[in-house]
Design a protein around this ligand. Structure first.
Ligand SMILES: NC(=O)c1ccc[n+]([C@@H]2O[C@H](COP(=O)([O-])OP(=O)(O)OC[C@H]3O[C@@H](n4cnc5c(N)ncnc54)[C@H](OP(=O)(O)O)[C@@H]3O)[C@@H](O)[C@H]2O)c1
Length: 169
C-alpha cells in the first residue's frame, strides 16, 4: 500500500545478493561495471534520495544528480548543492518536481521506502555474500516482475547478475 502521495513515479534502485545482502562496513561488496553504468544511466538528471550513511560512503557527490540526504542530525554539513532533510517524507516532498526520483539506499531507507515506491529496479547478483546490511524480502503478492535480463559472468564481471524491474500490483 502506498503511504505517501505524490504525482511523480518514485523508483527504488538496489543491487542485492542471493541472500539479500546489499553492503558491508558501509560499502558495496561487489564491483559490476554494467550495473554501475545502468545506475548512472537511470539516475542521471534526477533526484537521488539516500540515508546519511550511504551519502558518506561516496568519495564525493555523484555528478549530474540532485542529492537529498536524510539525517536526524540538525547541523549536518554537506557540500554546496546537496539537500539535507530530516525524514523520508520530507525527502519525497523535496523531489516532487522530478517525474522520476530514485531512492538509492541504504538498508534503513529501503526498509522505510518500500511501501511508498511505484517501481523497483533491482540488480540480483547471483552469489551469496557475508554482509551487515540487507534488503527486505520482495513480496510477490505486492510486486509483479515486468522485466528481467540475465547477464553471464565474463572477464569484466566476476558474478552473473540479472536486471529485474518490479511494478507494484
Ligand atoms: N547494494 C546497493 O544497492 C546499496 C545501495 C545503497 C547503499 N548500500 C549499502 O548500504 C549500507 C548503508 O545502509 P545503512 O542501512 O547502514 O544506512 P543508510 O540507510 O544509508 O543511512 C542510515 C541513516 O539515515 C538516517 N535515517 C534513517 N532513517 C531516518 C529517518 N526516519 N529520519 C531521519 N533520518 C533517518 C540516519 O542518519 P543519522 O544517523 O545521521 O541521523 C541513519 O543513521 C552501506 O553498506 C552501503 O554501501 C547498498
Amino acid at each position: 500500500m502506498k503511504t505517501i502521495n505524490q504525482t511523480s513515479k518514485l523508483t527504488l534502485i538496489v543491487a542485492v545478493s542471493e541472500n539479500n545482502v546489499i553492503g558491508k562496513d558501509n560499502n558495496l561488496i561487489w564491483h559490476l561495471k554494467n550495473d554501475l553504468q545502468r545506475f548512472k544511466a537511470l539516475t542521471s538528471g534526477h533526484c537521488i534520495i539516500m540515508g546519511r550513511k550511504t551519502f558518506e560512503s561516496f568519495p564525493k557527490p555523484l555528478p549530474n544528480r540532485t542529492h537529498i540526504v536524510i539525517t536526524r542530525q540538525l547541523n549536518y554539513k554537506v557540500p554546496e548543492g546537496v539537500m539535507v532533510v530530516s525524514s523520508l517524507k520530507a525527502a519525497i516532498e523535496a523531489s516532487k518536481e522530478d517525474p522520476r526520483p530514485y531512492i538509492i539506499g541504504g538498508g534503513e531507507i529501503y526498509k522505510q521506502a518500500l511501501n511508498s515506491v511505484d517501481l523497483i529496479e533491482l540488480t540480483k547478483v547471483h552469489q551469496t555474500f557475508k554482509g551487515d546490511t540487507f534488503f527486505p524480502e520482495i513480496d510477490d503478492t505486492c510486486w509483479e516482475e515486468i522485466k528481467s535480463k540475465y547477464n553471464e559472468k565474463d572477464e569484466i564481471h566476476q558474478y552473473p547478475f540479472s536486471f529485474i524491474t518490479y511494478k507494484r500490483r
